[in-house]
Design a protein around this ligand. Structure first.
Ligand SMILES: [Ca+2]
Ligand SMILES: [Ca+2]
Ligand SMILES: [Zn+2]
Ligand SMILES: [Zn+2]
Length: 186
C-alpha cells in the first residue's frame, strides 16, 4: 500500500490547482457531516449511490485508512482519488482482497481483449487457492506491464493470437533461463 500511496501523492502534486480544488469538493461531498473525515459509513453510502461496486469491499477502506482510526482524512483520500481516476480498484478474483501492490494475472486473459482479466493476489497464487482454465500462464503485473510494450502486443486483433504465442515462447524461454522469475508456466 505504501507504494501506491507515494504514487498518489506524487500524482496529486502535479495536478493543476483547479483539479485539486475539484478533489477537495469531492472530499467535502463525501464528508456528509462536515467533520473533515470520511467515516466508513459515509464512504459506503457514497459509493453505493455512485454504483461503484468495485470500491465498496471493506478491504479497500481498511487499506486506505493508513492510521487505522476508522475514517479517511484528506491525505488518506488522495489514494482513493488516484484509484478512482485510474479506473477501478483491482481486487483478487479468488479472495476479493484489494490489491495495492504486486499481483498475478493470467497472461492469456490479459492479452485477449475479448476476455476479462483474471487477477489474483500473491497469497492466492502462491497458495494455489484459485481455479482457472487449463494451461494458464501467470505473470506478475510488473512483468505484464513491460511485456505490453513489446511491439508484438501492438498487433491488430486478428494477429493477436500469434502475438500471444510469441509471448508464450518468450515467457517459456525466460523461465527456463531463470531470469524472469515473475512468470511461471502452469
Ligand atoms: Ca465525516
Ligand atoms: Ca484514517
Ligand atoms: Zn487472493
Ligand atoms: Zn486466463
Amino acid at each position: 500500500m505504501e507504494e501506491i500511496r507515494r504514487v498518489a501523492e506524487a500524482y496529486y502534486e502535479h495536478l493543476p490547482e483547479n483539479d485539486k480544488k475539484l478533489l477537495k469538493n469531492k472530499f467535502n461531498s463525501m464528508d456528509k457531516n462536515g467533520d473533515g473525515r470520511i467515516s466508513r459509513r459515509e464512504y459506503m453510502k457514497y459509493f453505493k449511490k455512485e454504483k461503484a461496486k468495485g470500491l465498496t469491499p471493506q478491504s479497500i477502506f481498511r487499506a486506505l485508512d493508513k492510521d487505522e482510526n476508522g475514517s479517511l482524512d484528506f491525505e488518506e483520500a488522495k489514494v482513493l482519488f488516484y484509484i478512482m481516476q485510474s479506473g477501478k480498484a483491482i481486487t483478487c478474483m479468488a479472495c476479493e482482497k484489494f490489491m495495492a501492490g504486486a499481483y498475478f494475472s493470467c497472461s492469456q486473459c490479459f492479452f485477449d481483449g475479448a476476455k476479462s482479466k483474471f487477477d489474483i493476489c500473491c497469497d492466492c497464487y502462491g497458495g494455489k487457492k484459485f481455479t482457472h482454465h487449463d494451461g494458464a500462464t501467470f505473470c506478475d503485473n510488473y512483468t505484464l506491464l513491460s511485456e505490453s510494450r513489446s511491439p508484438a502486443i501492438a498487433a491488430p486483433a486478428k494477429e493477436r493470437s500469434s502475438a500471444l504465442r510469441t509471448i508464450e515462447i518468450i515467457v517459456g524461454v525466460a523461465s527456463i533461463a531463470g531470469n524472469l522469475t515473475g512468470c511461471i508456466m502452469m
